[in-house]
Design a binder for this molecule. Structure first.
Ligand code: C6P
Length: 401
């Protein structure tokens, strides 16, 4: 058996999505901007995908949803164009974000800092989320944008987006959320919150890699990042990637249809996994699980280095991660654990397990058995753990750094 437990890094493409995409690689390959029937033949499919996207996040008719190449592009677009529109060509000079954003937000903010923009990286609480009152206290009359993720890719913790939206509305500041780990996993209703932009990525909800989207409230002004032709009303130039757009729309519909029952099923499996792993001594998970996306757990096993665990799990054909896939090659400590206040040694013990709606009970059972055996094996050979913990039996708890 092999088990994929890294669905926050990417997901399997749903076979129904593959089926919907296939004709647009072969017989329906025209450029949608061509006026002949080869081109116009794909218009109904693009229109359907757009409708599926609007329905999936409950966007209003006057909002825009623009397809991009990935969420990294969507995040770059909002941050860089806010800089152009509000800072270079306006009277603002400040962006507020958090310490725990994905690198596509943090690196873009660092780039903007190099251009002279003032950026505030908000600290998180012991749950790994930023609190709304913290956001409020850092907004000034020079703040152009607040950018706060909807849910953490590392812990699954859900941020107080509704409250932050109200604060941004009251202060007259644009509000962006990187909703990559929320869309398709929990209900995201852009009419229920005050929000100007959200970033999405198809491959996080069983769509293809290499296609994302940006939601723009009331089609408001945001200078293009990609200049060129008139595609997407000139908002994002480049020939439309029809099969991928069709795939993203289909994936969105499949993920958000009956989302509550999908969530309940994933949550039951995740909780079973989490409860079983917390039976191990000296383990804890980050963040209260009722406020997490239903598929995610970040577990720390004292005395067991995360990379060693990954290696052992991989030998058992289990795919997991120590955190964001973008940082995993650097063997870095888990960034959220560091932000919460864990020391480097502890932050190197984090293992992220992320399920999907395709994860089975049998797979969960397999992971429980293999994971527990791996911990015992690795603790057996870890002399430093043996020195610190001569008698096993410490606390197993949620979020106890
Ligand atoms: N996070 C992870 O292992 P792209 O690859 O551009 O479609 O998505 C980037 C991205 C942006 N925001 C968040 C919150 C994300 O989780 C990701 C992708 C993966 O956590 C790969 S680094």
């Amino acid at each position: 058996m092999q088990v994929y437990m890294d669905n926050n890094a990417t997901t399997m493409v749903d076979p129904q999505v593959v089926e919907a995409m296939l004709p647009y690689f072969s017989e329906k390959y025209g450029n949608p901007n061509s006026i002949h029937k080869f081109g116009t033949g794909s218009h109904p499919a693009i229109a359907k995908a757009i409708d599926q996207m609007y329905a999936g996040i409950n966007a209003a008719d006057n909002d825009d949803i623009i397809f991009t190449s990935c969420a990294t592009e969507s995040n770059n677009w909002v941050l860089q164009s806010t800089w152009v529109d509000q800072i270079l060509n306006g009277d603002k000079n400040h962006i507020v974000t958090t310490e725990v954003e994905h690198p596509s937000v943090l690196s873009t903010c660092k780039f903007l800092e190099d251009q002279g923009v003032k950026v505030t990286y908000l600290p998180v609480n012991d749950q790994g989320i930023v609190e709304a009152h913290t956001v409020k206290s850092f907004i000034t009359d020079k703040t152009a944008l607040v950018s706060v993720m909807w849910a953490s890719n590392e812990t699954g913790m859900i941020f107080p987006i509704k409250e932050i939206g109200e604060i941004c509305k009251e202060k007259g500041v644009l509000f962006h959320s990187d909703a990559v780990q929320a869309v398709g996993k929990i209900p995201v209703d852009v009419q229920d919150v005050h929000i100007d932009f959200i970033s999405m990525s198809a491959h996080k909800f069983h769509g293809p890699k290499g296609v994302g989207a940006l939601y723009i409230k009331d089609s408001q002004k945001l200078s293009p990042l990609m200049h060129g032709g008139e595609q997407m009303n000139g908002r994002r130039s480049g020939t439309l990637n029809v099969p991928f757009i069709v795939g993203m729309g289909e994936a969105m519909e499949l993920a958000t249809k009956n989302i509550e029952s999908k969530m309940a099923s994933m949550r039951a499996k995740r909780d079973r996994l989490e409860d079983a792993l917390l039976e191990l001594s000296d383990t804890f998970t980050i963040g209260e699980r009722d406020n997490r996306t239903p598929n995610t757990l970040l577990i720390s096993i004292r005395g067991v280095e995360g990379e060693g665990m990954l290696w052992d799990l991989n030998n058992g054909l289990i795919g997991a991660s120590t955190g964001s896939a973008c940082a995993s090659e650097d063997l870095e400590a888990n960034s959220v654990m560091l932000a919460i206040g864990a020391d480097h040694e502890l932050a190197h013990t984090g293992i992220r397990l992320s399920l999907s709606r395709f994860t089975t009970d049998e797979e969960v059972g397999y992971v429980i058995d293999h994971f527990k055996a791996a911990v015992l094996r690795l603790r057996g050979i870890s002399s430093s753990y043996a020195k610190v913990q001569p008698t096993p039996g410490g606390e197993a708890t949620e979020c106890a750094i």
